[in-house]
Ligand binder design. Structure first.
Ligand code: ZN
Ligand code: ZN
Length: 159
C-alpha cells in the first residue's frame, strides 16, 4: 500500500483531526488508510467491507481489499469499530460502539437499523440457564421486514 502523508490534511478537516485523536488514544499509529477507513465506517450505516473499500478508494486511490480488512481488524481490536454479522449477509461495520445497542434486520433487502438496548447494560438478557458460563454480552437481532419492503397493504395494517 502506498502511504500518502498529508501533514496539513488534519488541520483542514476537524473530523480528520478528531479521528486522528481517536486512533492515537487507542494506541494506533495515525496513517492515511486508517483515517480513511475510520471515516468510511463512520459515514456508512452498518457498511459492508465493499462499501468501505469503495469510499476509501475514492479518497486514497488504489487500496487493496486486504489492506481494508487489515485496518478494520485493527480498528475492531482497538474498540473503535463494531462488527456485526447478521446470518446470511456479509459482515458490517459501524462506529457506534460501547452502548450495547441491538439491530433490526430486514429479511427481504438486508437493511440494518439500530435499536437501543432496553436496559443499556451488558449483558442485557440473562439466559434461563448459563450452564456455568460467565456471560458478558447478549446480542439481539430482530428479524423482520423493513418499511420499504412492506407492501402498501401490510403498511396500512400496522399503521
Ligand atoms: Zn427491506
Ligand atoms: Zn448498529
Amino acid at each position: 500500500m502506498t502511504q500518502q502523508s498529508h501533514p496539513a490534511a488534519e488541520e483542514h478537516h476537524p473530523a480528520a483531526a478528531q479521528d486522528a485523536a481517536l486512533l492515537r488514544d487507542a494506541g494506533l499509529r495515525v496513517t492515511a488508510p486508517r483515517l480513511a477507513v475510520l471515516s468510511a465506517v463512520r459515514a456508512g450505516d452498518h457498511a459492508t467491507v465493499d462499501d468501505i473499500a469503495t469510499r476509501v478508494r475514492a479518497r486514497l486511490g488504489t487500496v487493496s481489499t486486504q489492506a481494508v480488512y487489515d485496518v478494520l481488524g485493527a480498528l475492531h481490536a482497538a474498540g473503535l469499530a463494531r462488527r456485526i454479522e447478521p446470518a446470511g449477509s456479509p459482515a458490517r461495520y459501524e462506529a457506534r460502539v460501547g452502548d450495547n445497542h441491538h439491530h433490526l434486520v430486514c429479511r427481504s433487502c438486508g437493511a440494518v437499523a439500530d435499536v437501543d438496548c432496553a436496559t443499556g447494560r451488558v449483558p442485557c438478557l440473562e439466559p434461563s440457564s448459563a450452564g456455568g458460563f460467565v456471560v458478558d454480552e447478549a446480542e439481539v437481532t430482530y428479524w423482520g421486514t423493513c418499511p420499504s419492503c412492506l407492501s402498501p397493504h401490510e403498511r396500512k395494517a400496522i399503521a
